[in-house]
Write a protein that binds this ligand. Structure first.
Ligand code: SAH
Length: 414
């Protein structure tokens, strides 16, 4: 905790054990309100001048500018580097009716954009800041909803969130999945478990007509990585444009990229993941869809180092975050360079490389530069042909650049 923050928020008291609206008002330093007027939902610690009244971690507070003008109401946590996250710009109660309205609104947005559909029943229903609910992600897999809460304020209000989901979706099962590293920072407790309805380990769902099974209790994240759906679908289209392609899907998880390519008629598809559970899922998914995918349990770097050079026509690289924090950026950049150089080495002339980074700390331009450096290292000529990103079920406020984490580059390799 910075000294400034400790001083500024000295009147905050402990951790709220219950969901309380407090009378606390957080005053911003002069000149720090601008991003918030333009829709940015976060208040960084260095923007806080003082707390007026009392508020404990997890309470709802009002946010005002330096002159006391009301900006909105949000979740308070003086332990966090982001002590206030705005939930609303109205002076309203944050209660069960508030959460019900937010979830209905999130649902209306997806319906407007055609989700769910006959082909796709796995989609993100609540995308945190993008749906006015910072700290809440809800992924829907057909008749199941999977909730991940990463702020103490919402964790204290989780029952109201489950009620809102039950009322809007009537799901057969509601799961909560643990918050990972956020739990400690925020001081919240979250276990991966079934919170409502029928306990099931696997939830059948559809993505672009492919039959998949999400694994909320034992999988990674919420049970599937929904942000990559548009890029997976695009890979399917690109695979059908070339005949008899040899395709390599690295960091495959559920195998979605490879399944798309196999369905589109690729002559051979190899999917690599270091997790035995992911490999088992890829095999099950290939069988369920009647398409041939060879699933390999291996470290992707090792696999690429020993693969035959120039032996694939379509290569996807979708690694986990290399840069978790700013201090990791340098090492992560080197890692991405090496990985992309290896990936380019296995690309045959005329191949497409689809390379991804989900590190928020590495910007779009940084990533493009990484690919340029990788091409130099691999001594291959490359051209960017498309850029991709998360789908329409991952909305964001335009001012909230922190929410832009996923980069997908489609590269033509000569
Ligand atoms: N492409 C996937 C999502 C990938 S998430 C999709 O479309 O759904 C990242 C994946 O990388 C996880 O499945 C994780 O198990 C895997 N992974 C992590 N480290 C790895 C490594 N060193 N080698 C191979 N796979 C790894």
């Amino acid at each position: 905790m910075s000294r400034k923050r400790a001083t500024n928020l000295a009147s905050s008291t402990g951790v709220s054990g219950e969901a309380r609206d407090s009378s606390g008002r957080v005053f911003l330093c002069r000149g720090k309100a601008r991003p918030l007027w333009f829709g940015h939902p976060w208040v960084y610690a260095n923007a806080v001048e003082r707390l007026d009244g009392e508020a404990a971690a997890g309470d709802i507070v009002s946010l005002v500018d330096h002159d006391g003008h009301f900006i909105g109401r949000g979740i308070f946590n003086p332990r966090s580097q982001i002590p206030v996250r705005l939930l609303t710009r109205k002076d309203e109660a944050i209660d069960a009716a508030f959460f019900a309205a937010r979830v209905r609104e999130a649902r209306a947005l997806r319906t407007r954009l055609g989700l769910p559909s006959a082909e796709t029943t796995a989609y993100r229903l609540v995308n945190s800041e993008g749906d006015g609910l910072p700290g809440l992600v809800v992924d829907v897999f057909a008749d199941a909803a999977v909730v991940q809460i990463t702020t103490l304020g919402l964790a204290l209000r989780r029952e109201a969130i489950f009620d809102a989901l039950a009322a809007t979706l009537s799901p057969r099962t509601i799961y909560e999945v643990a918050a990972g590293s956020y739990a400690e920072v925020e001081g919240l407790v979250a276990q991966t478990r079934v919170v409502r309805g029928e306990p099931r380990n696997l939830v059948p769902c559809l993505e672009d007509g492919l039959r998949l099974q999400a694994e909320p209790l034992a999988g990674q994240k919420t049970g599937m990585f929904l942000d990559q759906r548009p890029s997976r679908m695009r890979v399917g289209q690109l695979a059908s444009a070339g005949k008899g392609l040899r395709m390599l899907d690295c960091y495959a998880y559920a195998g979605g990229f490879g399944l798309q390519a196999a369905r589109a008629g690729a002559s051979e598809v190899t999917a690599v993941d270091s997790s035995p559970r992911a490999v088992a899922r890829i095999e099950a998914h290939a069988a369920a869809n009647g398409v041939p995918v060879r699933a390999v349990e291996a470290d992707a770097f090792r696999f690429l180092e020993t693969a035959t050079p120039m032996s694939y026509d379509l290569v996807v690289i979708d690694p986990p975050k290399f840069a978790r924090a700013r201090k990791d950026v340098e090492a992560a950049t080197k890692g991405y360079q090496r990985l992309n150089a290896l990936a380019l080495t296995v690309c045959a002339p005329g191949a497409l490389l689809v390379t991804c980074s989900c590190s928020q700390n590495i910007g779009a331009q940084d990533f493009e530069r990484i690919v340029a450096v990788a091409a130099k290292q691999a001594q291959r000529e490359v051209r960017m042909v498309e850029r991709g990103g998360p789908g329409c079920d991952h909305p964001l406020p335009p001012a909230f650049t922190e929410g832009q984490y996923l980069k997908v580059l489609f590269v033509y390799v000569s």
